[in-house]
Design a protein around this ligand. Structure first.
Ligand code: NAD
Ligand code: USQ
Length: 382
């Protein structure tokens, strides 16, 4: 399949591009490289050193003989994007290319506006480009579990049957997102749904849970292929942050009570989910929604898992309950459906002590790259 991976230089996109390439697909990466700039802006860096995109792709070709083409540019530039679609004529379009940090979107008005413009306009340009240039291409868009929030009923995969005053309908599941970033994903979902209904586009919205882990079989092949490992308070996600904190003797930063429960998925499963969605496309006019996570954990449970494994590497770990910088429920019901991808063949990797030890070892080896001042949360929702 001819596939473009928008956001293919990022944490999820880079391993996905390599996975699709090694599986025999014809892959091109589209990325503005903005994420590397946000590290500079925030004064932080990936725990694992990451090579330039050029070096990464050159090494990939040397090792595997497979070429991955690259287009460096911004999805918010519609004309440029149209040129990429005309040149590549993709059958599948994977769209990771967004500003994906909730704290970054909550820094101030400018960062909120930037996040929503970057994400919503980029996706709109892609939708118009698909309509005009490659109308039969299948869009695989990364949404997020946080679009649903934490309702006091089971979360379904995108839609819910509602009975109201003697009538019933299957309608989009209600959304209660928890940050300006998560809101941008809701806006995207509405826009994509509209374009499927109106123009007959085919799209899959993958409402992914929080991703943890770092390497896949492909990124681990060579240091020049290593994936990014974010640990700072803005782009680092909870489990990866706890690992980095444990490695540096920092208390684990549980926000509030820690009863915040989310869906979680390993990066190794993310890349497989994307291929499964591509191989089993949505029908023309269909806006399909899958919940892409494999297990549910509370934040406190994850901290406890890290604290339990750390002593086997000689690390002593304490769990701190910090005042929560976010506005979110710290104790709530959570039960989200996630059977569609398993139905397509996903065999989930579960969080286990072996992986935790592997992540802790990586973090200990590269601990000099962790910026201690960037571990405590600095962005407040209030
Ligand atoms: P990331 O920041 O590591 O990667 C995103 C990539 O997109 C970066 O390389 C960035 O340079 C590029 N990009 C951003 N805006 C762009 C634009 N306008 N034009 C071109 N390129 C642009 O993020 P990630 O963790 O790989 O997340 C990828 C996607 O998956 C995001 O859409 C995110 O919302 C979603 N997601 C991520 C997680 C997670 O835990 N990481 C969980 C659920 C959903
Ligand atoms: N949390 C802590 N301590 C930390 C960091 C986070 O307790 O040091 C808590 C947060 O308060 C939150 C939960 O852990 O309750 C998850 O936070 P996170 O930073 O790990 O993840 P989140 O902000 O939800 O965002 C991440 C990705 C985002 C993706 C989302 C999936 O950055 O791109 O969309 O996970 S989901 O949460 O399912 O919407």
């Amino acid at each position: 399949m001819r596939v473009i991976v928008c956001g293919g230089d990022g944490f999820c996109g880079w391993p996905t591009a390599l996975h699709l390439s090694v599986r025999g697909h014809d892959v091109a990466i589209v990325d503005s490289l903005a994420r590397r700039q946000w590290d500079v802006e925030l004064g932080t860096q990936s725990l694992l050193p990451i090579a330039s995109l050029e070096e990464r792709l050159q090494r990939w070709e040397e090792l595997t003989g497979r070429q991955v083409r690259v287009h460096v540019g911004d999805l918010t530039d519609a004309e440029w994007l149209a040129g990429v679609l005309r040149a590549e004529r993709p059958e599948g379009i994977v769209h990771f290319a967004e500003q994906r940090s909730a704290p970054y979107s909550m820094i101030d008005r400018q960062h909120a506006v930037f996040t929503q413009v970057n994400n919503v306009v980029g996706t709109l340009n892609l939708l118009y480009g698909i309509k005009e240039i490659v109308p039969t291409a299948h869009l695989v868009k990364l949404g997020t579990m946080g679009e649903y929030g934490t309702p006091n009923i089971d979360i379904e995969e995108g839609y819910i049957e509602i009975h109201h005053k003697g009538r019933s309908d299957v309608l989009p599941y209600p959304k209660q997102p928890g940050s300006m970033y998560h809101l941008s994903k809701v806006h995207d979902s509405h826009n994509i749904h509209f374009c499927c209904r109106t123009w007959g586009l085919a799209a899959t919205d993958l409402n992914q849970g929080v991703v943890y882990g770092v390497q896949t079989a492909e990124t681990a092949m060579d240091p020049l292929l290593w994936n990014r490992f974010d640990t700072d308070d803005v782009f680092g996600t909870a489990l990866n942050r706890f690992v980095a904190e444990a490695a540096t003797g920092h208390d684990l930063t549980v926000y509030g009570a820690g009863g915040q429960t989310r869906g979680w998925i390993q990066i190794r499963d993310t890349v497989r989910c994307i291929e499964l969605a591509l191989l089993h496309p949505a029908r023309p006019g269909e806006f399909r929604v899958f919940n892409q996570f494999t297990e549910q954990f509370s934040v406190l449970e994850l901290a406890q898992r890290v604290a339990a494994v750390a002593p086997s590497l000689g690390l002593t770990v304490r769990i701190a309950h910090l005042p929560n910088p976010r506005v979110e429920r710290e104790a709530h019901y959570y039960n989200a459906a996630h059977t569609a991808l398993v139905g397509l063949g996903l065999e989930p990797h579960r969080l286990d002590d072996h992986l935790l030890r592997e992540l802790l070892t990586l973090a200990v080896q590269h601990q000099d790259r962790i910026v201690p001042a960037k571990l405590l949360p600095r962005v407040s929702w209030r």
